[in-house]
Design a protein around this ligand. Sequence first.
Ligand code: GCU
Ligand code: CA
Length: 129
Amino acid sequence: STTRYEAETSPAVCTGTIDANWSGYSGSGFCNGDNAAGAYAQFTVNASTAGTATVSVRFANGTTTDRHADLVVNGSTVQTVSFPGTGAWSTWGIKTATISLAAGSNTIRLNPTTTGGLANIDYLDVTTP
Ligand code: GCU
Ligand code: CA
């Protein structure tokens, strides 16, 4: 099944502001991370059993430069994800990754490694078998 975790909904954390000035987001807003390395968006997601999960990140990047973030699962960086330009801040794209989750509660953090910061982050969809 698939569960949606909105970036603006606690216990999610956004090192920045929850904004709603660019249209097309889901829920009541999106995470506009500070444009700084380490200014992250973090989600707490549940998995009923340990195993592989697909995570789909909805994002917008109104610049023409890719933004990169480490994908940190339960404190360990498992891969680096790129968020290419979507053409406008109000145009949203989906980036998908496959990760392993533990049974129960897991943290998934998108942690930008450069001063460019994150793309704007709308939500995470987590699909478990
Ligand atoms: C603009 C835009 C923000 C975005 C920021 C950025 O300020 O309005 O939504 O987060 O650029 O470059 O990160
Ligand atoms: Ca930003």
